[in-house]
Each structure stands twice: as C-alpha cells, then as structure tokens.
Ligand binder design. Structure first.
Ligand code: FES
Length: 63
C-alpha cells in the first residue's frame, strides 16, 4: 500500500494550503474528502474555514 503524504504550506499573507487527500469533518457532522484545500488564516473569509480570497481584498499581512 502506498503511503499518502499530506503537506501544509503557509502562503505569505494568505491561507494555509493543504496538499493531499484530506478527510474533513464539519462541526455539524457533515463529512467530505478534498484535495488541495486552502484554510483561511486571516479570519475574514465568508466561507470559513476555507479561504475565499478575502485576504487579498483586505490586505492581510501575516507579519
Ligand atoms: S486567508 Fe484567504 S480569506 Fe482568509
């Protein structure tokens, strides 16, 4: 069996990009499997926990 690898890349002034197959369990119990998911790091996404690009509109800076 091949070992699956998941990586997390923190993008400058942007989201955390998860690469690899990811099983997500939402707070309401709904489940889905996704790959290459971007999680919001700025706190302003209208589609939390996922990034919707708002970080660029608000000029999010991580430092
Ligand atoms: S990091 Fe992209 S909307 Fe928050």
């Amino acid at each position: 069996m091949a070992e699956s690898k998941i990586s997390a890349k923190i993008l400058p002034n942007g989201p955390i990009l998860i690469s690899g197959e990811l099983h997500i369990i939402h707070k309401d119990g709904r489940e889905e499997t996704k790959s290459n998911v971007a999680f919001c790091r700025c706190g302003h996404s209208n589609n939390k926990p996922f990034c919707d690009g708002t970080h660029a509109k608000i000029g999010f800076k991580d430092e």
